[in-house]
Design a protein around this ligand. Structure first.
Ligand code: MYA
Length: 492
């Protein structure tokens, strides 16, 4: 749920002034000055709560302020209770608990001191020292390598994930990665088929478990250069781990640790010893904790499906107006990225990413793969100057979620901010066009993490903070913590 910010309040207030004669709820029309003043005050608080969705955490302060409950409807009171219990959940996030699996892995334990320097946790090994036999699965199951190019197998993966992958805390939405998206996500240059690992039930061959790795070159700062003896090249060949999934009926049976150990074995066999991954859950131990922000593009639908809530004193008409964006990009020269732009986009992106302590290194093939537009998957626009130079680039990917248990809608169309570089305009102006383009492609919401320099546009463009956290992790690499603004990496 977006928490209100100054920009939004100002915006609503400005609109209120413009609208003082507007009759979108008749009742609020009044002639008396005093009444008008009261109205303004009321509307200010309306603006605050109109953007707050139950799915999103509110600051404790905000909750305390609201806690009086005077004159609140039972729905509002219920929301307050739910919000407070979320704060408790948040404070529990970092409580130390035993981790029978993670405590055996080369990751820092929750309570251990934050290192000042960087380097591997386990001593460097040789792939020959890594066992040749796959890890043993419980008897009813067997390993398989999944071929995402095969339509039938791609469909099996799609079904497993769409029915069992990540849900929000309230089980209202579940990620719905499409087959074309999965092919894009799993087949970057240099991908290895045997890093697309599945678990099947022997008796009927049903796919019930999944985990994937893709190769990536990652630079992690730390105080690496200050270490007395450099331990290895600062650009590290890593694996990005994603799509860990165990069928709902097989949860809590310790299948996930076996999946992780087997993918680790397969990765180590390729002489790769570090991994990067993200998760909503807190595990030993995040290098960074980031937050999701949401920008409504279709507020009516978001409210109808329970993603957002209409503030107690905010009308639908005013909410729709608040989030309305123009029909076409505002910056001259915006056009979809094309293959001829790849080399310039490499320069823009690699130059920009260097400033973040954690970031990937991309070559032209990789930028071509990750950035060239694919309908329904990845959308990238460049800004070309009148002299024909590409100066700015913005992109977002399409990751819808299934809406669980709603009669009217079954799909929430979400765009996720990806790689954005502005050199001729402020970042928020470029991202305003990204919002406009996302709206023109019929997305309901535009999501962004508070990574990179995204703070520069989140407030300005009326994003609200979400209740979703995203932890970033490194496997077998210790280093100092990194602020969200130091994260230059977006995993799908
Ligand atoms: S993040 C997305 C994860 N997927 C989902 O959330 C989908 C819905 N959930 C599920 O499918 C299951 O609940 C999963 C756990 C499969 C997540 N990352 O088998 P269990 C630990 C890592 O009894 P289940 C993504 O894809 C948990 O703390 N570990 O549990 C990145 C406990 O360990 P410990 C996790 O619920 C994945 C153990 O598993 C996660 O049936 C990066 C319990 O196992 C999690 N998200 O299944 C993976 N959730 O007792 C790590 C729970 O110690 C990669 N657990 O606390 C590491 C690098 C590997 C390569 C290295 C190469 C060098």
């Amino acid at each position: 749920m977006p928490e209100p910010n100054g920009a939004e309040e100002a915006e609503v207030e400005r609109e209120e002034e413009e609208e003082s004669g507007e009759e979108d709820d008749g009742k609020e029309e009044t002639g008396a000055d005093e009444a008008k003043d009261k109205k303004k005050k009321k509307k200010r608080s309306k603006a605050k709560s109109s953007l707050a969705l139950p799915k999103e955490a509110e600051a404790a302060e905000e909750c305390d302020k609201d806690a009086g409950g005077d004159g609140l409807s039972s729905q509002e009171q219920l929301l307050q209770i739910l919000r407070r219990s979320r704060i408790c959940e948040e404070s529990r996030r970092h409580v130390e608990r035993p981790h029978p699996f993670w405590d055996t892995q080369p990751v820092p334990s929750m309570g251990s001191e934050i290192p000042q320097d960087s380097g591997p946790i386990d001593e460097i090994k040789n792939p020959d020292e890594v066992r040749d036999e796959p890890y043993t699965l419980p008897d009813p199951f067997e390993w398989c390598t999944c071929n995402i190019d095969d339509d039938a197998q791609a469909q099996e993966i799609y079904v497993l994930l769409s029915e069992n992958y990540v849900e929000d805390d309230d089980s209202m939405f579940r990620f719905d990665y499409s087959v074309p998206f999965l092919r894009w996500a799993l087949k970057p240059p240099g991908f290895l088929r045997h890093w697309h690992l599945g678990v099947r039930v022997k008796s009927n061959m049903k796919l019930v478990g999944f985990i994937t790795g893709i190769p990536a070159s990652i630079q992690v700062h730390g105080d690496y250069h200050q270490a007395a003896e450099p331990v290895c090249d600062p650009i590290i060949k890593m694996v990005e781990i994603n799509f860990l999934c165990v069928h709902k009926k097989l949860r809590s049976k310790r299948l996930a640790p076996v999946l992780i150990k087997e993918i680790t074995r397969r990765v180590n066999k390729e002489n790769i010893w570090q991994a990067v991954y993200t998760a909503g859950v807190v595990l030993p131990r995040p290098i960074s904790e980031c937050r999701y922000y949401h920008r409504s593009l279709n507020p009516k639908k978001l409210i109808e499906v329970g993603f957002s809530h209409l503030g107690p004193r905010m009308t639908m008409a005013r909410t729709i107006k608040l989030y309305k964006v123009p029909d076409s990009p505002q910056l001259p020269g915006m056009r979809p990225m094309e293959p001829r732009d790849v080399n310039r986009v490499v320069e823009l992106i690699t130059g920009y990413l260097k400033k973040f302590p954690l970031h990937p290194e991309f070559n032209a093939d990789e930028v071509g793969h990750w950035m060239l537009p694919r309908e329904g998957v990845i959308y990238s626009w460049v800004r070309e100057s009148t002299s024909g130079e590409v100066t700015d680039v913005c992109s977002f990917y399409s990751l819808p979620s299934t809406i669980l248990g709603n009669d009217k809608y079954n799909l929430l169309k979400a765009a996720y901010s990806y790689w954005n570089v502005a050199t001729t305009v402020p970042l928020h102006e470029l991202m305003y066009d990204a919002l406009i383009l996302a709206k023109s492609k019929d997305f309901d919401v535009f999501n962004a993490l508070n990574v990179m320099e995204n703070d520069q546009f989140l407030k300005e463009l009326k994003f609200g903070i979400g209740d979703g956290f995203l932890q970033y992790y490194l496997y077998n690499w210790k280093c100092p913590k990194i602020e969200p603004s130091g994260i230059g990496l977006v995993l799908l």
